[in-house]
Design a protein around this ligand. Structure first.
Ligand code: SF4
Length: 126
């Protein structure tokens, strides 16, 4: 039996499966139907959510964490990482800001997951 871990939720089911002529003929270990859909995607075109960070200019932190708004095909990940290493975002950055839109025509955006204030906003009394 082949094995794969489903990453669609924190349960992380260990799925075992058999293929004949590239078709799934047996699957076990998945606690819900999403496991089968995940396995089918893995066999056809594996996708992942990409969490990383981008440089921020003039912010109270030098980096803002970001992630893709949905999983993207793994083949795009090295290109995305290169693109994100090259860009600099001006502060302020707010959680949910779109950093890159519709990357590689996938319909997926890169969004900020951390707020970075402008340097001058850091010392404002609360
Ligand atoms: S098969 Fe269902 S329960 Fe198991 S990890 Fe995947 S989504 Fe979660």
């Amino acid at each position: 039996m082949n094995r794969v871990v489903c990453v669609q939720c924190p349960v992380g089911c260990k799925i075992k499966f058999e293929l004949i002529d590239g078709k799934i003929v047996k699957i076990e270990g998945n606690k819900c139907p999403r496991g089968l859909a995940y396995l089918e995607d893995e066999l056809k075109e594996p996708k992942r959510v990409v969490p990383t960070s981008v440089r921020v200019v003039g912010g109270n932190y030098p980096l803002a964490s970001v992630k893709t708004s949905a999983p993207i095909p793994k083949k795009y990940i090295p290109h995305l990482m290169k693109k994100l290493r090259e860009i600099k975002v001006n502060a302020p950055v707010k959680v949910g800001d779109v950093i890159l839109k519709n990357i590689f025509d996938t319909g997926v955006d890169v969004i900020a997951t951390r707020t970075v204030l402008k340097n001058s906003e850091r010392d404002i009394p609360q």
